[in-house]
Write a protein that binds this ligand. Structure first.
Ligand SMILES: [Cu+2]
Length: 127
């Protein structure tokens, strides 16, 4: 009888462990993409153009806007481009400078240099 009691206790303990393990697995949220490697892209502002003027990136990627020289800015604000999924940009300043933005919202973005718009403009597609 004593052995049976010990046996039952062991069974109960094991089933408790099994249940808890299962419960924990269910409660831990799965990462969206555990193998994601985020890229960094550079867009150069030089003369009166952005290079590349069209860029396709993945959500979470970083774009470094690199003004080598001259008075430029990056204006990707929703005030200027209402369909942009998020606003980004900086103020007009003489180069050299860099402006870095991480794109965390999917969609199509337009931006321009306010000094040289509409000729100096670009698009970024975040997919
Ligand atoms: Cu410009």
């Amino acid at each position: 009888m004593k052995q049976l009691s010990i046996f039952l206790v062991i069974i109960i303990l094991f089933s408790g462990c099994a249940y808890n393990s299962f419960d924990e697995v269910e409660e831990i949220p799965a990462p969206i993409n555990p193998n994601a490697t985020y890229q960094k892209y550079t867009v150069t502002a030089s003369g009166m153009v952005f290079t590349p003027s069209s860029l396709t990136i993945s959500v979470g990627d970083t774009v470094v806007f690199d003004n080598i020289s001259g008075f430029h800015n990056i204006n990707g604000t929703q005030a200027t481009f209402p369909t942009n999924p998020a606003s980004f940009g900086n103020t007009i300043a003489n180069g050299p400078w860099t402006y870095t933005f991480v794109f965390t919202v999917l969609g199509n973005y337009n931006y321009q240099c306010d000094v040289h718009a509409p000729g100096m403009a670009g698009t970024i597609t975040v997919q």
